[in-house]
Design a protein around this ligand. Structure first.
Ligand code: PHE
Length: 355
């Protein structure tokens, strides 16, 4: 066996090494492999070329070729592994997650300040024995006006300009967006007519004692009026419910709502078609940032006999009071908000202060 023969095998291994190294993908590598180890590859050609050698020469040459072949196979395995490692590294890089980034959080929700005031009102009047009612925002003319002693063409209708809905009920009553929660006085009282009749039959004077918070609508829009606003209606009828009860009830409500005893209340004569006499309720804080100013918080009055009659009750036996307060106004005073529109703009910087 000549030196040249051995050198030519070393050369073959080096050539395979650089050919494998040039392969950039597994497919290219398999092509390169075929050039050396395939059926008509260079190693196979060398094997075939041994036919002319003597037996001894075959032994040595065969062993040398085998060694070269094994060396080439080892290089191939290494290169396969290197390509696979590179591919894995590329994938990991592409799908990399930065686990040090902060997670996405859901913002912490909270109740709207109007809802907070609304819930407070329900809770306080609830503790004073008032039921909580709920009624339609699209109301017909009878409940919103006429049943409340405010017939068509009555001048008091102009106190509450509203939005009309292009639709009327079976009796031809037009619908409007309710201008106040007062229609619920009639609806609530008539809905409980059976209970009242049963009590009367048993010789008792039944009571109507309810508040109705809800959305109301008027054609108004400035810093203290919004076309949609919130009211809470109060109604207490019974055998002998008087203005004295209204004063105590409302004062106790205000003390609880504003969390202070330093509060006085006055009635200021007013006019509503559905109450007689009627009064505005003003309150005055004796301490704190609002101290010393009379603040109007509610309309009120003794329920008009005609309205009691429209409830299906006898005004000779049922007497009592009603009030209607602006929930937004109460919330503004409680939270020190000076522009009503802030409540309805949905600005998170404003709303998140009430968490
Ligand atoms: N409904 C009246 C208003 O919205 C308020 C009110 C209610 C007055 C009940 C008296 C009695 O202006």
């Amino acid at each position: 066996m000549t030196t040249t023969a051995t050198e030519d095998l070393q050369e073959l291994v080096r050539s395979a090494d650089s050919s494998f190294a040039r392969a950039r993908t597994p497919a290219e590598l398999e092509n390169a492999k075929a050039q050396f180890l395939g059926k008509s590859g260079r190693v196979t050609e060398l094997m075939k070329g041994m036919g002319a050698l003597s037996v001894d020469e075959k032994k040595t040459r065969g062993a040398a070729i085998n060694q070269a072949k094994q060396a080439i196979e080892a290089l191939l395995t290494d290169r396969r592994q290197a390509l696979a490692d590179a591919e894995l590294a590329r994938q990991l890089q592409a799908e990399a997650l930065d686990v040090t980034l902060p997670g996405r959080q859901r913002g912490m929700g909270a109740l709207h300040p109007i809802s907070l005031a609304w819930e407070r009102i329900e809770q306080i009047f609830g503790s004073m024995g008032f039921d909580v009612g709920d009624g339609p925002e699209i109301e017909n003319d009878w409940f919103n006006f006429t049943a409340l002693n405010n017939p068509p063409n009555h001048p008091a209708r102009s106190m509450q300009d509203t939005f009309y809905v292009d639709m009327s009920d079976e009796q031809g009553q037009p619908y409007c967006l309710r201008t106040h929660t007062s229609p619920m006085q009639i609806r609530y009282a008539t809905a409980h007519a059976r209970r009242h009749a049963a009590a009367l039959a048993a010789g008792q004077i039944p009571e109507v004692r309810v508040i109705v918070p809800g959305r109301t609508y008027r054609v108004d829009n400035d810093a203290t009026h919004s076309p949609m606003f919130h009211q809470v209606e109060g109604l207490w009828l019974g055998e002998n419910v008087s203005f004295k009860d209204l004063k105590v009830t409302y004062l106790n409500f205000c003390k609880a709502f504003f969390e202070t005893d330093d509060l006085i209340l006055r009635f200021r004569p007013s006019y509503f078609p559905f109450t007689e006499p009627s009064a505005e309720i003003d309150i005055q804080f004796q301490t704190g940032p609002l101290a010393g100013r009379w603040l109007e918080v509610s309309g009120s009055g003794q329920v008009h006999p005609q309205v009691v009659r429209n409830m299906g009750l006898d005004p000779e036996r049922f007497i009592g009071f009603a009030f209607g307060s602006g929930i937004d106004r109460l919330a503004m005073l409680r939270y020190g908000v000076n522009d009503l529109r802030l409540f309805f703009e949905g600005d998170i910087r404003f709303l998140s202060q009430f968490r």
